[in-house]
Each structure stands twice: as structure tokens, then as C-alpha cells.
Write a protein that binds this ligand. Sequence first.
Ligand code: SER
Length: 344
Amino acid sequence: MSEQSVLVTGACGEIGQALVQGLAKRGGCRIVAADLAPLPEAIKPLVAEHLQGDLVNKVKIFYDYDFDIIFHLAASLSSKAEVAGEEAHRINVEGTMGLLMMAAYRSEKYHKPVKFLFPSSIAAYGFPNLEAKHAAGRVKEDEWNTPHTMYGCNKLYCEKLGMYYSRYCGQRHLDPEPPVMLDFRAIRFPGLISAFTLPSGGTSDYGPEMLHHAAQGIPYACFVREDTKISFMAMPDAIKATFMLMDAPREKLTRQVYNIDAFSLTAAGFRKRARAAFPAAQITFAPNPRRQGIVDSWPEDVDDDAARQDWGWQPDYDVDRFFEEYFLPEMRKRYKRTSARTNE
Ligand code: SER
């Protein structure tokens, strides 16, 4: 079988790096990366070609490539997008629109549906207050689609754009011979935690930040209240889900946008786990009202039954396995001296 041609935008971000590593491990593909930043050493040898620069200006270049699959990860995350809204809209919406148009055009012209994998987010949801959030329980994909943030609005709208370009664009889907359209699939990710990289610009960042600080023995002031609860997931599960959705036969999919879930934990729960592993960890709480408001509008838990039924989704890491089998072993390896000191 010939190699698949794959584009990964936002390749230098947290998901991007993990995804490139996952793709290289699976093999059988030629990876083209795109990002504002130069490629980190960890993924440099795995990438055939890197297009560095502003995606919005670069989209026209991609018309010359024959991509089978596009992972469009480049985005301005929720906290950053809130302070630079216009720029976030440009990156998150205009960038996505440009790529969707390119993928739709190529799908039709060459009669081959380009697969377009899009990371959406729990930020697509929005609760008016904490009472509604607590009462909602496990939220289904089509409930509470009333985001409070620029990032959430951008993600929700781009989901709709993806559906539009893959189903209705040109309004020829009812023609006797409808055109070949792109194959758009999206996952609404919870907060993601990697043992290898740190997030920046997001609002679920307090979880990974707290853990990485604790592992290094650096004091951490958490920017949300102790009772703050949203769902989180280990990065390997996020990559696993992306590949599962990518591989799922199209006829099995009853939707184009899927929730996935692993575990929910409060900020106090993170502190408890961090302290159990690193007893010297200094963790305090200094809520930032704006960032608190953002996480308060996000669900505590999501209903991922559709992903489980349609493509067999199941996370490998619940909260115990996340700490014991993924995060802590890696931290102990990386920050050996720190943890040795804290165990004295
Ligand atoms: N992790 C993202 C953020 O905090 C949410 O998808 O912005």
C-alpha cells in the first residue's frame, strides 16, 4: 500500500507533538507539519517537511499537496483567545475555513474524500451558572451549546463549518450524482495532560501546571477554586481516540462531532494526588475571576456514549491509572533528584 500523505497543523503544540509521534509509530505515512514555531527536536526526524509560518497566509500553498488526511490542530486556546479575540478569531476560524475549503475542493476535484480531523473542546459548552453546571451531570453533544468564550464560539462554529463543507456546500448533495465531499470528524476534548509537555494559553492548564510544578518542587498558586471540577484525560488517550475516530468506517458514524471522557477531578483532588506523590509540594489557591468564570461555564462531565457505541471508544487511563501508570512514573524518571529529595 502506498504511503498516506498527512498534514498536521499546530504540530509543535502539545497534541501536535504527541500525534506526530503516534503517526510515526503507526508508520505508512508521510508527515507534513505546519506551525508558527520551528519543530522541536523530539519530532524533527519524524517529519518529512515543515512549513513554518502563519497558517492563514499559508493555506494556498496546501492546494498543491495531495493530502489524504488533515489533522488541523493549530488554535489560540481559551485564556489567550479571551485577551486577543480578533487574533484568535483569525487563527481559529479563518485558518480552519481556509483549510476546509482546500480539502473540500480537492475532495471533489480528485474524487477522493480528504479526511479532516478536528479537535474541538468542552469549551463548546457553556452553563449560565454553577447551579446549572452541577445539575447537568453528563452532558450530551447537542446540549448546552452556548459557549461563553471566544475560543468556545470559534470551536462550535468550526464544527458547523466542517459539517457544512462535508455535506451541504454547493447544495448539490441531492443531485443524482452528488460530488465527493470531504470527510469531517471532530472530537470534543476535555482538559488534556501530558507527562512530556506543558500547555500554554488554555484554561484547563491549572491541572497539568499544578502537577508539573509539584513534581519539580516549585510552588504553585492555582488560578481556580478548590471545588472547580471539569473532565481531564491523559494525552495518550487523546491520541488513541483521534486514531480510533480516524480509522472508524464512515458508515458506522452516527454523528460528526463526538464527546470523549476519561475522568473528572476537582482542583483540590489534583492537589491531594500531587501531595501524596510529592509530599513537599507547595500548592495554594489564588483564583483569577476571569479564568474561574471560564472553567465554571464548562461541564463537570460529558456523555461519551455515542463514541463508545459508534467506534468502540474506551479510555485506557482512569484517574488511578493516569497517576500510577502514566504521569508519576514519567515524573519520577524526569525529576529524579527532586522526588528523591522529597522522599527523604
Ligand atoms: N484545554 C483547552 C483550554 O483550556 C480547552 O479545550 O483552552
